[in-house]
Structure formats: C-alpha cells, structure tokens
Design a protein around this ligand. Structure first.
Ligand code: FPP
Length: 258
C-alpha cells in the first residue's frame, strides 16, 4: 500500500502580509496524530487486541523520539476518545492498564528526554487514582521544554466545545462577561487546549479519512495527512514522510496568495 494517500498541493507562493508565516521547510510547530489501526494490526496476526495496543505503545515511544529529532515542538496523540468508552469493558481495562504502565515505567525516561506532559480530556472518568497519576506526571514534567507531549484521554471535540459554551454562558449569566465582547481567542481560553498552539499538521494512520471528533476547533487550518500504515507499524520514516508532505503544502489560512 502507498505510504501517503493525500494529494500534494501546488508549491507555496509569497504569503500576504496578514497571513501567518508560511513554514517553508521548517517543521510544523505542532503535530497531532490520530493513532488508528491497533485492532486491525492484531487481527492480521491472529493475536489479541491487547497485543495491538501494546505494539501501539511502542509506536508512541518511537514517535516521541522521532518528533524530538525532527524538531517538532508539540505532539498531540489521540490515545482514548470519548467514544472509546463504548468498547467492551475488557478492552477498556486493558487500555487503562497500558496507560498506568506507561506512566509508571516510561515517565522518567520521557522526563529525562526533556518532555513535558499535558493531558486533555475528561481524565476524571479514568478514576481518581489514574487521574491523580496523570496530574502528578504533568506536575513532574512542568519545567521541561524539549517537547510538549499532549495526551488526549477521554477526549471528544464536541464535548469540549459544549463544556466551553457552558462555562462561557455561566460567566455571562453571572455578569462576568459581555457576550458581545467574546472573540475567538476568548472562546479558545475555555478549551482543554488553552495556551497551546493549534496543530499545523494532523496525521491519521490506518487509511481511514475522518477526524473522529478530534480537535474540531483547533484543527481548523491544520494540514491533513492520511497514511495507509497501521499505528503499531508507525515509525520515524512515516513521520518523515508526513513532514515532507506538509513542507510541500501551500498554507493560505483562507487568504489569497500572490
Ligand atoms: C485505535 O486503534 C487506537 C486506540 C483506540 C487506542 C490508542 C492507544 C494506544 C496507541 C496505546 C495506548 C497509549 C498509551 C500512551 C498508553 P483501534 O483499536 O481502533 O484499531 P482498529 O480500528 O484497527 O480496530
């Protein structure tokens, strides 16, 4: 199967003055990934889905290393969606176990590599113990600056937008906010991603071509790259291919260039 399944846009022209700077050959500041295909990877080998998820964790490890090596500043990984709670209890327990293991055994290495961990999503749904471990991991890595690694856990874009709207309505109802003064930046401050840059490049593996409720607000101008590789097989070469595709894209942010 072809590595890349997206079409290359014409090469970049001179950007207009009011358009954010074109990245040229620089790597994207923020890469977001929908890690898909663990189950199919396992099925193709006749092994339990858990083996696919375990191989998925190994791919996370490779990808973090590759992102650091490529000079990417922010990496967001869709590790568990709001919809994943509909999976069988056994698979949910397996994924929680992998997350617990990841925090217990890989955080120290991440921290020594200069990784700062952030979590977006409804972490409390994982239970008090895991939510506390996630908060501790964020606190322990807060001073690191090499890579900001954002784990989307029990994350759903629509739920995030509804929660933001609810918080804003509450604030306005209490007289703390003039609705007419609300702008995009003000709205974004109520999202899980407040203070984080928007993704420049969004990658989805496994050949599926959907956003699946991921970063609906934040990905408004992200370049989308769909790869025909299953997540457990993802590695530095696939990240490099996506970055090369990104480097050839023309980013206009709705404006006309030239
Ligand atoms: C999609 O594959 C992947 C997930 C639902 C979970 C992603 C989780 C990991 C990569 C491992 C956990 C990560 C950490 C850091 C603990 P799928 O199961 O939907 O695959 P399928 O579409 O082929 O069935």
């Amino acid at each position: 199967m072809a590595l890349l399944s997206s079409r290359r846009a014409p090469s970049a022209a001179v950007p207009a003055a009011d358009v954010p700077a074109a990245p040229g050959r620089a790597p994207p500041r923020h890469v977001a990934i929908i890690m898909d295909g663990n189950g199919r990877w396992a099925a193709a080998r006749g092994v339990p889905r858990l083996a696919g998820h375990r191989a998925g964790v190994a791919a996370v490890r490779r990808t973090v290393e590759a992102a650091i090596a490529a000079g990417v500043g922010w990496l967001t990984l869709y590790a568990f969606s709001s919809e994943n709670w509909r999976r069988p209890q056994e698979e949910i327990a397996d994924l929680k176990g992998l997350l617990r293991h990841y925090l217990a055994h890989e955080l120290a290495e991440l921290a020594s590599a200069g990784v700062r961990l952030h979590v977006i999503g409804e972490r409390e749904r994982f239970g008090a113990e895991l939510a506390a471990a996630l908060a501790a991991a964020e606190a322990d890595t807060v001073a690191n600056t090499r890579l900001d690694l954002v784990m989307a856990l029990s994350y759903g874009g629509r739920a995030e937008l509804v929660a933001a709207a609810r918080a804003i309505a509450r604030q306005a109802g209490a007289g703390g906010l003039d609705p007419a003064a609300l702008d995009e930046a003000g709205f974004a401050r109520h999202l899980f991603t407040a203070g984080m840059p928007d993704p420049d490049l969004l990658i989805r593996t496994s050949g599926e071509r959907r956003l699946s409720n991921f970063l609906l607000w934040q990905a408004a101008y992200a370049e989308l790259v769909f790869l025909d590789v299953l997540w457990p097989d993802f590695g530095a070469e696939h990240l490099a291919a996506a970055l090369a595709e990104y480097a050839g894209r023309e980013r206009r942010f709705g404006a006309r260039l030239g």
